[in-house]
Design a binder for this molecule. Structure first.
Ligand code: IVH
Length: 698
């Protein structure tokens, strides 16, 4: 296995081997040197699989184990530490301020076109310019790329090591943000087979899913929310403390090779290929096209796909592929003649906020949302938008009855960002919207806990609150009951057929048939889906119960740790806090909710109905493969990788992604990779699928 298909990455300083160690410290033994190199190679490889190729081979836990091993080695032998070690991604020192840095070559911007005619006119201008240069009838090939709405940055690699990363700034001078860029897993810290100097340019961005999650977290913590993914990426990259940046997931799409000493490309597409081959993240939707017509239809295609992407694009960039033509075309001011941005309509709009309404969440929290005068944003009509929580409304100074700015990015729920600039100067502004004194659904008096940004409805029988809990119970990551969406849940609730989660399992065909949307067949199908959900593993059941703070991952971790509901129910908060990802406060909250009588009744009811309240399979300390570590390579004749992993785990073993001396067995299928060779080199026993079966049967 080699990180980028090139030379091994163990770039330990040769002087260490030669005995010329700095500061007179003891030389690291050869074994440590080799292991550190090996670990870096493996970690880089997996970081690339995860962040760049979106196709991880190992889980977080295994990755962290390898990283811990490397950290431990490096702390024992500080001479081993290199600038580009994967251990350097997090934990860097904060900076006092962002230093200004001059770019090796100016970072240009782009002229815009908005219509087909403008695009054709751009090509015409290039033809005319080249004709004046003596190049008649140039044959253009174009590269069409998404225009990522993030933050342009430049990465300078010297001798293959990331030396400096900077923001674009004014194009000449940017700010040094190396400390934060290092925390981005998709940015290689070193490049194999690199020339002495190469500058890579790209756009750092936050995915829409991460952006939404970040805003929700911030809103709940009473912090200000970001207006859009670009602002949150920019805010993150300009942090002084890399630990803060590391907490916010950013990624990058690379789109250009800047200065390159010792590399020469004929075309832009060749440069992109070089980037791809050297571990940089290059969008796979980039196309090389031969005609203006194709370029136009591709721009329209990106515009159509815009809402389905996981990141924001505000247009398409069209570039002339041939670098010699690019050079001949040159730039006018800051805009190159050889590239242009096809801009999409904006994602923000101005409209009137008619009123603020309040939803009730799973735990009784009143969540405000905006009812808007319908407005079209980027081709979609918006009527509703989120307002996060009451404190965010106040912070943003949003009032009902006024004009507001709304933003809709991709598939993310539209947000109200701020009042329109002109309204804030008025003197006769309406008062800020306040949460209702009584729950809009059950009319119980509401209250605001001191430690919450939400006013709450205290009524645990509030139908709106129950609806949220029931909806959550049947949802995808939880019991995943097909055929039960929010409408069906509401209908069953309104008819009095379902009040608590257990009621789903008591439904009969006769109750369903005749309800809106249910005939005999669909009723039977639904009942079968409900029955099938009894097979969901314990971790999912824990998640489905609707315990505050217990998400999908925590549900699974609790299940793995306690293995059985009784063990969890009797566990102290201290024991609960030993679960990965569970802090002390969270453990207290979980224990408190589990001790609640209503929760216990729910658990008893569901247990009686046959849901899983214990972990299947052998615990890690039992079973024929207890404590054994296996690596799978190549395709097995009968079992899929998942099936094999499941069986090994059920037998108490662990499947990891890379071979080391500590690996107990390598299971090799057809066309095994370099893992097999490595196993043979290290003397690790190699089995085929039959051998694995034999092991499993003890
Ligand atoms: S090329 C001359 N390619 O757009 C080349 N830029 O408006 C200039 N951007 O500052 C950059 N995606 O921040 C290029 N695929 C892409 C891009 C891209 C986003 C941004 C970049 C640049 C701005 C120019």
């Amino acid at each position: 296995m080699s990180a980028a298909g090139g030379k091994p990455i163990s770039r330990a300083p040769e002087s260490v081997e030669g005995g010329d160690s700095k500061d007179g410290a003891a030389e690291p033994p050869r074994e440590a040197l080799e292991r550190a190199g090996e670990l870096r190679e493996v970690l880089d490889y997996h970081a690339r699989r995860y962040y760049v190729l979106d196709d991880p081979e190992i889980g977080d836990e295994e990755y962290d184990r390898l990283l811990d091993e490397l950290r431990e080695l490096e702390s024992r032998h500080p001479q081993l530490l290199t600038d580009d070690s994967p251990s350097r991604r997090v934990g860097g020192a904060p900076v006092d301020r962002l230093e200004k840095v001059e770019h090796l070559e100016p970072m240009l911007s782009l002229g815009n076109v908005r219509t087909e005619a403008e695009l054709r006119a751009w090509v015409e201008r290039m033809r005319n310019h080249l004709a004046r240069e003596g190049i008649a009838e140039p044959r253009f090939t174009f590269v069409v790329e998404p225009k990522i709405d993030g933050l342009a940055i430049s990465l300078v690699y010297r001798d293959g090591v990331l030396e400096r990363g900077a923001t674009r700034g004014d194009g000449q001078i940017g700010e040094d943000v190396t400390h934060n860029l290092r925390t981005i897993g998709a940015i290689p810290l070193h490049v194999s087979d690199a020339p002495p100097l190469v500058e890579v340019r790209g756009e750092v961005y936050m995915s829409l899913a991460d952006f939404t999650a970040l805003n929700e977290r911030r809103a709940e913590a009473g912090e200000s929310t970001f207006m859009n993914p670009r602002n949150s990426a920019a805010g993150t990259i300009r942090q002084l403390d890399p630990a803060d940046a590391a907490k916010r997931p950013l990624s990058i799409w690379c789109y250009q090779v800047g200065v390159a000493d010792g590399l020469s490309f004929k075309s832009h597409s060749q440069a992109l290929e070089w980037l791809r081959e050297h571990g940089f993240r290059v969008n796979s939707g980039i196309q090389l096209l031969g005609s203006e017509d194709e370029v136009i239809s591709q721009c329209l295609e990106w515009e159509r796909r815009r809402g389905a992407l996981d990141f924001e694009i505000d247009g398409v960039v069209v570039k002339v592929d041939d670098l010699e033509l690019q050079r001949r075309l040159g730039a006018v001011g800051r805009d190159p003649r050889w590239a242009v941005a096809w801009k999409f309509p904006p994602t923000t709009a101005l409209t009137t906020l008619e009123k603020v309404m309040w939803n009730v969440g799973k735990f009784g929290d009143l969540r405000p949302y905006a009812v808007l005068e319908p407005v079209s944003v980027g081709g979609v009509t918006i009527r509703l938008a989120t307002l996060h929580n009451e404190e965010d409304i106040v912070r943003k100074d949003i009032r009902a009855g006024e004009e507001v700015i709304v933003v809709r990015a991709g598939d993310v729920i539209p947000q109200v960002v701020s009042p329109a600039p002109h309204v804030v100067e008025r003197e006769d502004r309406p008062p800020p919207p306040a949460p209702p004194a009584r729950c809009p659904y059950c009319h119980t008096e509401t209250f605001k806990p001191v430690d919450s940004v939400f006013t709450k409805c205290p009524n645990r029988d509030c139908p709106a609150r129950s609806w949220q809990l029931l909806k959550h119970f049947v949802s995808r990551g939880a019991m995943d009951i097909e055929g039960l969406g929010e409408r069906q849940v509401a209908m069953l609730q309104e008819r009095g057929l379902v009040t608590t989660a257990g009621d789903f399992y008591r439904l009969g065909e006769e109750q369903l048939v005749g309800l809106e949307g249910f005939g005999e067949i669909s009723a039977r199908n639904l009942l079968a889906a409900i029955e099938a959900s009894k097979e969901r593993p314990f971790g999912r059941v824990l998640f489905a119960l609707g315990i505050e703070e217990v998400g999908e991952v925590t549900g699974r971790n609790l299940a793995q740790r306690f293995r059985d509901i009784d063990a969890l129910l009797t566990a102290t908060p201290e024991r609960i806090s030993e679960t990965p990802g569970v802090g002390e406060k969270m453990a207290e909250a979980i224990a408190g909710q589990l001790a609640d009588e209503r929760m216990q009744r729910l658990i008893e009811d569901l247990r009686g109905l046959g849901l899983r309240f214990h972990e299947e399979g052998a615990p890690p300390s039992e079973g024929p493969l207890a404590g054994k570590t296996l690596v799978l390579t190549g395709s097995l004749p009968e079992w899929s990788r998942e099936a094999a992993t499941e069986r090994v785990t059920a037998a108490g073993g662990r499947v990891v992604g890379s071979v080391s001396k500590k690996t107990d067995y390598v299971v090799a299928g057809e066309s095994p990779g370099s893992k097999l060779a490595k196993a043979e080199r290290l003397g690790v026993p190699v089995l085929d699928e039959a051998g694995l079966r034999a092991l499993l049967s003890g």
